[in-house]
Design a protein around this ligand. Sequence first.
Ligand code: GDP
Length: 417
Amino acid sequence: NPSLVPNNGVPSVIRKKLMGYVGFANLPNQVHRKSVRKGFQFTAMVVGESGLGKSTLINTLFNTTLYPPKEPLPPAAERPKTVAIESIGADIEENGVRLHLTVVDTPGFGDFVNNDDSWKPIVENIESRFDSYLEQENRVNRMKVVDNRVHACLYFIQPTGHSLKEIDIEFMRRLHTKVNLIPVIAKADTMTDEEIAEFKERILSDIAHHNIHIFQAPTYDNEDEETIAEAEEIASKIPFAVVGSDKVVVAPDGREVRGRAYPWGVVEVDNEEHCDFVKLRQMLVRTYMEELREYTNDVLYENWRTEKLVSMGVAQDSTVFKEINPAARMQEERVLHEAKLAKMEAEMKMVFQQKVQEKEAKLKQSEEELYARHKEMKDALEKQRADLEEKKKKIESGRPITPEKNTTGRRKGFLRT
Ligand code: GDP
């Protein structure tokens, strides 16, 4: 398929129509409305052995056929020997909110006889995205920064029911400081509820044992009960046991649902009793997409940046080092320049604010003046009206309604003529 040709991380953009509710229309409630016009950029990575349902789940999550059906894996001897990185982009729209979605796939991961270095190209890809962002940030003209950083990584765990495999642990250990890890149990319809509960427990204890940090919903003290309850509910489902399907099937009660039909019944994707798909979508799209972006920027990227600068010698206060290392010196100059720019920006902001305040005060004053004048004129008019009223009354009471009569009952005028 032409849209899936490896393209060095540059997404081939296709426009997509949604086929139903996804949830990112809620994004404006997560961030300021201003961003609505610009649209949002979100990059999700999927990692896991082939056949675990990654493409299907992405299609199910974003309710669009982003991924066409895959060709079956060729025999081992004919497969490429490295993990490839492919990205595919789509502009999707929900209730007027535009989302530029990029999905980074990592075909080949875990598919080799020796998977020791499967994580390497993935780390490199994530870091090269950080690099490109840093490079854009350092440009003088920072108006159009494209954020291609990976904001979330869905890691697909094979539904073995045992515990995590070496490759899972190695991958998560290498990646957890670089990307928001969201572990999911693939094809959860192949396990019973009990098996899933036990498997989840084992996975979580493995993760804790290896000090792996997976993405957690943030908790704020000042949130309302509902938000806290929602966050707890989502957290309680991690690692999400998911079922993917972009097919509509008929449930026993006649409803048409997205799901998988088996001789013994139908597994519904959007039914929380059947799997954790809804909770995963809630976490990734509806509630925490902005948190995922923020954490990527504020923590993961920032840590990587600091580390990089340190490794380049910028933090070292050795003039000798800087003199013999022009790259480090340039980097330091760049950082200083950036700080200067930031200061100038802050000053400009202050001046602007001051001006706005002055203008506001002036406006308020002229408003008051206008109001006073208006009142004065109104009072004057009122007075004039009252005077006129008075005059009118006087005139009315002074003018005889019927001419005066003489004592004989005849009109004076008649006597005179
Ligand atoms: P990928 O190689 O990881 O992208 O996997 P695909 O999405 O191409 O799916 C591989 C096969 O697994 C396809 O036949 C899918 O129909 C099937 N599949 C996908 N998701 C699920 C699931 O949740 N449960 C089950 N039982 N099969 C699934």
